[in-house]
Design a protein around this ligand. Structure first.
Ligand code: PMP
Length: 345
């Protein structure tokens, strides 16, 4: 079996597409960072074979279910997903011969839903409602897995194998590529990327700071900063933010959380394409805004320090949103500053 843990991951020829997961490039950001004296680098996770950071945990969580004996040949993989995890799971399910059902909240991009269906996954679109509501996408996924034989609910939010993958693989990969990294910045969805990678990098480089980015409307910023639960509110950024604290988030490991708004995130995503030539998804704009804000407003002198931000997915998943002026305008997101500013909070 070939997967991202196998040694052949480092060679150019793989037995299956799963061997091509990981080893994503790191690229320095040069123009969107002109107002800060830290060096900012982006890890381009959209170069994974099915297009996002979630390819890394798609196959890993399926293999975790196999190891635990809860998924047997020909079985059904069920997950509640904003789209990217589903696509990563559907890719691994295709290779390994499993069926895949994804429940997806209706705010997610049509592009992601179409891609999921193209991979052969069955998609159940659910209303965008809080976890207490039985129609919530995770509750629906749990119900489907419970009623089907030989089915497993993957549960990326609470299955700690998620952050374990990043501790065992993404962290060491970054330590090889950018050994003198000083700050890691990533969006918080499940928290697996930030907390798994951050844990490894702190062990590798004591003093490294781990910074989470959370959209306005998500509850994670207030839960971290003030230990209180604010009511969730809608926002347009996809893939980050949550209405409860997933088990994969370890607040003790995180040094700070920065809050970002829709408007500045969408503007920065467009600016990253125009000024850096990087075709990234909207949460990449969010993490860039969050990183720049933390650098500018933080109390440390970061001159010459290396800040790494994780770019989770590609702009191709959002062409009908962030790159569509009509959609941007209809949603009040077209900036009066043409380059997109990094507003201070
Ligand atoms: N950005 C996007 C576009 C995503 O799909 C996700 C995963 N939900 C994230 C960021 C956050 O990654 P994680 O779940 O590892 O916190």
């Amino acid at each position: 079996m070939t997967h991202a843990t196998a040694p052949e991951r480092h060679s150019a020829v793989h037995d299956t597409v799963l061997g091509a997961i990981g080893n994503t490039p790191i690229v320095r950001l040069n123009r969107v960072t002109e107002d800060v004296d830290a060096e900012v680098y982006a890890k381009l996770e959209f170069t994974n074979p099915a297009g996002s950071v979630k390819d890394r945990i798609g196959f890993w969580l399926i293999e975790d279910a196999e190891r635990r004996g809860v998924l047997r040949p020909g079985g059904l993989v069920v997950e509640g997903t904003g789209g990217n995890t589903g696509i990563g799971l559907a890719m691994a399910a295709a290779v390994k011969g499993y069926q895949c059902v994804c429940t997806v909240p209706d705010k997610m991009s049509e592009g992601k839903i179409k891609t999921l269906r193209a991979f052969g996954a069955e998609v159940v679109v659910t209303p965008t409602v809080p976890p207490e509501d039985s129609r919530n996408y995770c509750n629906e996924a749990r119900r489907i897995a419970a009623r089907e034989p030989n089915a497993v609910y993957i549960d990326q939010y609470n299955n700690l194998a998620n952050r374990e993958y990043h501790y065992l693989h993404t962290g060491p990969e970054i330590a090889r590529q950018l050994p003198d990294v000083d700050v890691l910045v990533a969006g918080l969805g499940t928290g697996g990327t930030l907390c798994g990678t951050g844990k490894f990098l702190k062990e590798h480089r004591p003093g490294l700071r781990v910074i989470g980015v959370d959209p306005v409307g998500s509850i994670l910023y207030d839960a971290y900063k003030h230990g209180r639960r604010v009511p969730p509110a809608p926002y347009l950024i996809e893939g980050i933010g949550k209405d409860c604290v997933p088990a994969n988030i370890d607040f003790d490991l995180i040094d700070d959380v920065v809050q970002v708004a829709d408007r500045e995130s969408f503007a920065m995503t467009r600016r990253i394409l125009k000024q850096e030539g990087i075709f990234a998804g909207v949460s990449s704009g969010s993490v860039t805004v969050g990183a720049l804000r933390w650098i500018v407003e933080g109390d440390s002198d970061l001159a010459g320090k290396k800040v790494l931000v994780i770019f989770p997915d590609s702009g191709s998943r959002y062409v009908s949103k962030v790159y569509d002026d009509e959609w941007m305008s209809a949603n009040g997101l077209l900036d009066d500053e043409p380059n997109g500013g990094v507003a201070r909070s």
